[in-house]
Ligand binder design. Structure first.
Ligand code: NAP
Length: 285
C-alpha cells in the first residue's frame, strides 16, 4: 500500500493564515511591519534562487525583506561591520546569512556576531544552547517546519523511536532536541554510524538530513514508518530528496515528498520567527 503523502504546502498555508490575523493586529497596534535582512555573500545561483523565494514569501505575507548582497571577496572586517549595522538598525527585526559562505569567512565567527535577538534562523550559540535546554528561543526554520508537518498531521511522537540521519547544526541536531522535547526516543546517525540501515529500520519516525540524493532506500525503512526528508539535491536539473521516494513510499506509512514536503514549511517558519522577533523587539512589556 502506498504511503500517506505529507505535503508541506497545506501546513505552510495554515501557518500563514494564523500569522496574517495576528500580524494585522500587530501592525495596527504598533505601526510596525516585521522586516528581515538577508545577507548574501557572492552570487551562488542556488542561494540566489532561495533568496528570491524568501523575498516573495515575505511580500506575500505583507512583511518586508531586504537583500544585502556583499562581494565574495569582502574582507572579514567589512563583513563584520555590515552585520553590526544590521544588528543596530531598529528597523530590522531579523537577520539571516545565506549559506554557503566563502571559505575566508569562518562559520563560527559568522554565527557568533549575529545579535541573538535577531537570529531568526537560530544559529547563534545562545539560541542553539537555549534549544538544548528546552527553553523558548529561535529555532532553525527547516527542522521547526518538519515538526509542524509531523504535529499537524496528528502523529503521536511520545514514546516513539525516532532516528535522524545527519547531525548538522542547522537541521539534524535541532531536530534531535525538538523530537526529544516531544518525548520521542531519539538516535542521531552520521557518516561514521555503523550498520546504518539496521539502526534506521528501528525508527517509527525516520528523518533524513544528509545531502545525498536518494541515499535512503527501502532497506532503511521499517514498514509503516513516518519518513521526513529534508534533502534538497539537484540531479540532472531535477530536485530530489535524500530518500528514494518511489521505493520508500511503497513501504513507509507516511512520507514527505521532495519537492513539496519540508521545503514550503521552512519559509513559513522563517516568517513566524521574524514576526516573533519583531514582537519581542517592538511589543516589549
Ligand atoms: P550537512 O551540513 O552537509 O550535514 C550532512 C549530515 O549528513 C552530516 O552530519 C553527515 O555526517 C551526514 N552524512 C553524510 N553522508 C552520510 C552517510 N553516507 N551516511 C550517514 N550520514 C551521512 O547538511 P545539512 O545542511 O544538514 O543539509 C542536509 C540536507 O538538507 C541537504 O540536502 C540540504 O540541501 C537540505 N536542507 C534542506 C532545507 C530545507 O529547507 N528543506 C534546509 C537546509 C538544508 P558527518 O557529520 O559525520 O559528516
Amino acid at each position: 500500500m502506498a504511503a500517506q503523502l505529507l505535503q508541506g504546502q497545506p501546513v505552510a498555508d495554515q501557518i500563514r493564515a494564523e500569522l496574517a490575523q495576528e500580524l494585522a493586529r500587530f501592525k495596527q497596534a504598533y505601526g510596525v511591519t516585521p522586516r528581515i535582512a538577508i545577507v548574501q555573500v557572492g552570487d551562488d545561483p542556488a542561494a540566489t534562487a532561495y533568496v528570491k523565494r524568501i523575498g516573495k514569501a515575505f511580500a506575500t505575507a505583507e512583511m518586508v525583506s531586504s537583500l544585502h548582497q556583499l562581494p565574495a571577496d569582502i574582507p572579514e572586517a567589512d563583513f563584520k561591520a555590515a552585520i553590526a549595522g544590521l544588528n543596530e538598525d531598529s528597523g530590522v527585526h531579523g537577520v539571516i546569512v545565506q549559506m554557503p559562505l566563502p571559505a575566508h569567512l569562518n562559520q563560527d565567527m559568522v554565527t557568533s556576531i549575529l545579535s541573538p535577538a535577531k537570529d531568526v534562523d537560530g544559529i547563534h550559540p545562545y539560541n542553539a544552547g537555549m534549544l538544548a535546554l528546552g527553553r523558548p528561543t529561535f529555532i532553525p526554520a527547516t527542522p521547526l517546519g518538519g515538526m509542524e508537518i509531523l504535529k499537524r498531521s496528528g502523529f503521536e511522537l511520545k514514546g516513539k523511536e525516532a532516528v535522524i540521519i545527519g547531525r548538522s547544526n542547522i537541521v539534524g541536531k535541532p531536530m534531535f532536541f525538538l523530537l526529544l522535547q516531544e518525548h520521542a526516543t531519539v538516535t542521531v546517525c552520521h557518516s561514521r554510524t555503523r550498520n546504518l540501515p539496521d539502526v534506521a529500520r528501528r525508527a517509527d519516525i525516520l528523518v533524513a538530513a544528509i545531502g545525498k540524493p536518494k541515499m535512503i532506500t527501502a532497506d532503511f525503512v521499517k514498514p509503516g514508518a513516518v519518513v521526513v526528508d529534508f534533502g534538497i539535491n539537484v540531479v540532472d536539473g531535477k530536485v530530489v530528496g535524500d530518500v528514494d521516494f518511489e521505493a520508500v513510499k511503497e513501504i513507509a506509512g507516511a512520507i514527505t515528498p521532495v519537492p513539496g514536503g519540508t521545503g514550503p514549511t521552512t519559509n513559513a517558519m522563517l516568517l513566524r520567527n521574524t514576526f516573533e522577533a519583531a514582537k519581542r523587539q517592538v511589543a516589549k512589556p
